[in-house]
Design a protein around this ligand. Sequence first.
Ligand SMILES: N[C@@H](CCC(=O)N[C@@H](CS)C(=O)NCC(=O)O)C(=O)O
Length: 214
Amino acid sequence: MITLTTYEWVPDFAVPLMRAFRVRWALEEAGLPYKVRTVALGPEQRSPEHLARQPFGQAPAIEEDGLVLFESGAIALYVAEKSERLLPRDRIGRERATAWVFAALNSIEIWIQQLASLDFFHANEEWTKNFRPGIEKQVRERLDQLEKVLDGKDYLEGEFTVGDLMMTDVLRILDHTGIVDAYSQLSAYKQRCQVRPAFQRAMQAQREGFKKAA
Ligand SMILES: N[C@@H](CCC(=O)N[C@@H](CS)C(=O)NCC(=O)O)C(=O)O
């Protein structure tokens, strides 16, 4: 059984966003039970035990049958391999779904995360005033492109895949801004993915997990 390592506590704003969520969601979609191990932010994060799981002292990480895996994208793909509900069995479908996981992380999240970092960690700091509009412009350009991809489609590629899971979770990082609401296709798509029962179960588990630890 997979053991998921997450934090025992995070600040309120991070509870729904912490990247262990995308792993929980993938596990729920795949119908796989899992155990949870928590580490504390601070010294425990930098302990040799945790760095052996996650070389950058971050979370999430997972372990199963002697495999220790870090990076939410790699973990999501590992879980997706176990279920046709996340990764189609045909070669083209698999490759396309995998490409969307990379696109979410490497073409979209890099910009969205910069914006979120400014808002969550540096709000009202003078130096961000000139910097933030340029980042928001980059975010909007990417979303414009994604909006076109989704025109007339329910999901990025036919049926829901791990690519949609990752894309939705990345878009959620913008929830505090309302930016996605301005895009009709994208916001309907995000909502379609978020009403999935597996999303709901994963969110409840994430919230409960932090509540128990608090
Ligand atoms: N690229 C990593 C990023 C992981 C990451 O940023 N984790 C955050 C929590 S969502 C974290 O551990 N933050 C604390 C830190 O960096 O010290 C992944 O996708 O797994």
